[in-house]
Write a protein that binds this ligand. Structure first.
Ligand code: GLY
Ligand code: MN
Ligand code: MN
Length: 429
């Protein structure tokens, strides 16, 4: 890992909160992510399962966490199983956690090698009534590839068919969405690194540079500041490319007179920033570009005000839609008579703003959360309105990361330049 050690109190508290929600006499088992094959003999870089990390702080493959707070043997109330290193692994793959290092990272005292897993689990699981297993219940998850928790569940059900099986995911959904101080600090760090990369590319961008050269500047700044890398595929979309919402080719020349839409964010210590900015390639917005830019900025500011405790998703999106509609009328993109006659189920603003305004942000960029729960203190949400006008070869999105507190909200990206004048000033400095 490139990131500095994280205060293990984060993971101690997370486990404490999690086990307090278990039914009595329950055992919960968590597996680290699979190591995903790429092609040939290559694997993708290892990415820890977010829930496993949240509860353990352990960022290593082939690890298992067992939590059994009512375990009759106190040694096994919380146990971590790790891959035992050897000379071969040390030479070919490098360092793996020692037991003292894993204790320091996780705060877990009972640490064993993986080879002990089956026998230790078997010695305790038959005293438990419930087995909690964690599956991916993120309602945006749509892949069909089976993952480790699912495969392990099959084996457990075959071996222990008469236990009562329970789901860890709903408990984690309510826990992960409330960010603790340490998580907020990690997110702030990711935002700071993202800010520095953005300022770096503002100074770098000029007519004739390619989108991939800008991408190279970003990753340079990320890595030199200990980010793991991008939290998601970066979008560097000049001109009309900005109207492809998930444009990640990043292979075109940035032309004089165009605007570039950036959407990138650093991952630091498994926590993410998610930022969008739109800037003129030549350092000066045209009057039209500036009008559209300022319209998006006003929508972002008005929407941000609604990111407070108690706001309900549907009402929030409806309100944002109204504000966006009036901006689009102001820009001459919508006609108010047409708006008066629109079908409320498919409002006209969606022609120019077709994605959601916000999502939770955390260990996952689109963080695991209920879409039906009102916003709560401790939520971190993005605010990311955009206006996309293919007919003008122009797409603008602005995206900040907002923490909800008892006293309103705090913009974790407040020091990332966002005013059109400020962006122009840095580009021309
Ligand atoms: N970068 C992904 C998003 O903005 O949701
Ligand atoms: Mn986002
Ligand atoms: Mn984004």
């Amino acid at each position: 890992m490139k990131y500095l050690p994280i205060n293990e109190q984060l993971f101690i508290n997370n486990r404490k909160n999690f086990v307090s929600k278990l039914k009595s006499n329950s055992i919960a088992i968590f597996y680290s992510s699979d190591e995903y094959p790429r092609s040939g003999d290559q694997s993708y870089p290892f990415k820890q399962n977010p829930d496993f990390f949240y509860l353990s702080g352990i960022d290593q493959e082939q690890s298992i966490l067992v939590l059994y707070p009512d375990c009759p043997n106190p040694l096994y109330k919380e146990v971590l199983f790790l891959r035992q290193t050897n000379e071969h692994i040390a030479i070919w793959e490098g360092h793996k956690y020692t037991k003292p290092e894993a204790l320091a990272a996780s705060g877990i005292e009972s640490i064993f090698w993986l080879t002990d897993f089956d026998s230790i689990l078997h010695s305790i699981i038959n005293y438990a009534d419930n087995i909690y297993i964690n599956t991916n219940e993120n309602d945006r998850y749509a892949h069909t590839v089976p993952y480790r928790d699912l495969r392990m569940l099959e084996g457990l059900r075959a071996k222990y068919p008469l236990h009562n099986y329970e789901r860890s995911a709903p408990l984690l959904r309510d826990l992960r969405v409330i960010k603790s101080d340490i998580e907020i600090e990690l997110t702030k760090k990711a935002c700071e690194i993202t800010r520095d990369a953005f300022v770096r590319v503002l100074k770098f961008t000029k007519p004739g540079v390619t989108e991939y050269e800008i991408e190279a500047e970003i990753i340079h700044e990320f890595i030199r500041q200990r980010a793991t890398g991008h939290g998601y595929n970066p979008i560097i979309a000049s001109g009309n490319n900005a109207n492809v919402l998930h444009y990640i080719e990043n292979n075109q020349v940035c032309k004089d007179g165009d605007v570039i839409l950036f959407d990138f964010g650093a991952e630091y210590g498994n926590y993410n920033a998610d930022m969008s900015r739109s800037v003129p390639v030549n350092g000066r917005f045209t009057p039209r570009q500036r009008d559209v830019y300022n319209a998006v900025l006003r929508v972002m500011r008005a929407s941000t005000e609604m990111l407070v405790e108690g706001t309900v998703w549907n009402e929030y999106h409806e309100e944002v839609g109204k504000i966006m509609t009036s901006e689009l009328i102001g820009l001459g993109l919508l006609d108010k008579h047409d708006v008066a006659k629109q079908d409320p189920k498919s409002p006209l603003y969606k022609l120019y703003f077709m994605h959601g305004t916000s999502h939770h942000l955390g260990i996952d960029v689109h963080d695991y959360a209920s879409r039906y729960k009102p916003f709560e203190v401790g939520n971190i949400l993005t605010c990311e309105p955009g206006i996309y006008i293919p007919a003008e070869g122009l797409g603008i999105r602005i995206e900040n990361d907002i923490l909800i507190t008892k006293n309103g909200n705090v913009d974790l990206t407040a020091d990332i330049p966002v005013e059109a004048d400020h962006i122009e000033e840095i580009m021309n400095s």
